[in-house]
Design a protein around this ligand. Structure first.
Ligand code: UDP
Ligand code: MG
Length: 305
């Protein structure tokens, strides 16, 4: 019998973890002949998530749990789950039941047809503010053009064949972007659509600031375009300088030299702004390299069964 592992990253999910477990168990009978493996990764929760996962593991031999020493973020939890999974296919799904468990059946059917990756695509983006929608749209447009796939409406909800999981497990980079890496590795992929549900309990861990940081981190992971833009910006400023210089000389030759102070202030502000922005962008990449160089573990395990 084939085995499907279900990886569930959990951070402060005491209100949802049991409902999730009950929902997926109730659903699994419809899955057909697949042995389940439920892997709960407690990402350093401050509530009872870990204890609840331990209880589930005691009750059900199909449940495994790993608990982190502190909060390392969803990416770390997902990659830890991929390392632990022993199934022939692995599904990554949120603990809050926003990803409908029934979709796993559609994913498994596509997998049986021979697809290595089945992406879960949101048919609608669920409830979110207009500004959030706008910036999320912009971010995905940028990322999509960089990796050459349309990532709009993509999510972390997906099924991957063992081959894909083994490949992802060989990646040594610490600063991962799971959602895009599953496109980047290639393989035969397809998608199924699903409707985003409301959270069953608890609250989302994302603030506007953390979303901006997430976007910057992932963009710098997948593209060097900002570094190239700096070079172009430099050329534009040099051209501007040459133009202004020629203009000044011509004006001087005609006996009406241009006013010194305002043009100087404009130039200084322009150049300083461009230099600071450019240095900032370079610093982003350097700090990223520094992070990778330190080679610290992506997560630290405190407990597991
Ligand atoms: N999550 C995690 N570590 C974190 C933040 C979130 O493991 O630092 C988990 C969380 O428990 C949930 C999933 O990632 O299972 C998605 O998180 P959330 O529902 O907060 O995100 P949203 O659905 O609002 O995008
Ligand atoms: Mg959620």
């Amino acid at each position: 019998m084939k085995k499907i592992s279900v990886v569930v990253p959990c951070y402060n999910e005491e209100e949802t973890i049991e409902s999730f477990y009950n929902a997926i168990c109730a659903f699994w009978n419809q899955m057909g002949d697949y042995e389940p493996e439920y892997i709960f990764i407690d990402d350093g929760s401050k509530d009872k998530t870990c204890e609840l996962a331990m209880q589930l593991a005691k009750r059900d031999e199909h449940v495994r749990y790993t608990s982190f020493s502190r909060n390392f973020g969803k990416e770390a939890a997902v990659f830890c789950g991929l390392k632990q999974a022993t199934g022939d296919a692995v599904v990554v799904i949120d603990a809050d039941l926003q990803h409908p468990v029934e979709t796993i059946k559609d994913m498994a059917m596509k997998w049986e047809e021979g697809y290595d990756i089945v992406e879960g695509m949101k048919s609608t983006r669920g409830k979110e503010s207009a500004t959030h929608g706008f910036f999320a749209g912009l971010f995905y447009k940028l990322i999509s053009s960089m990796i050459g796939f349309d990532m709009n409406n993509s999510s972390d909800f997906k099924l991957m064949d063992r081959r894909v999981v083994d490949t992802l497990n060989t990646l040594t980079e610490k600063d991962t972007f799971f959602r895009a890496l599953s496109y980047w590795v290639g393989f035969k992929s397809t998608y199924v659509e699903y409707e985003v549900h409301e959270r069953v309990g608890g609250e989302s861990k994302w603030s506007s600031l953390s979303l901006i940081k997430y976007a910057v981190r992932n963009l710098t992971s997948f593209t060097y375009a900002p570094l190239h833009i700096i070079a172009y910006l430099g050329i534009i400023i040099i051209m501007l300088g040459i133009g202004l210089g020629i203009d000044a000389v011509i004006s001087y030759a005609h006996g009406n030299a241009i006013g010194g102070y305002p043009s100087l202030v404009i130039l200084i502000v322009l150049a300083t702004g461009a230099i600071m922005t450019s240095l900032g962008i370079i610093a982003l990449y350097i700090s990223k390299m520094y992070e990778e160089l330190k080679n610290r573990p992506r997560y630290i395990v405190r407990d597991h069964n």
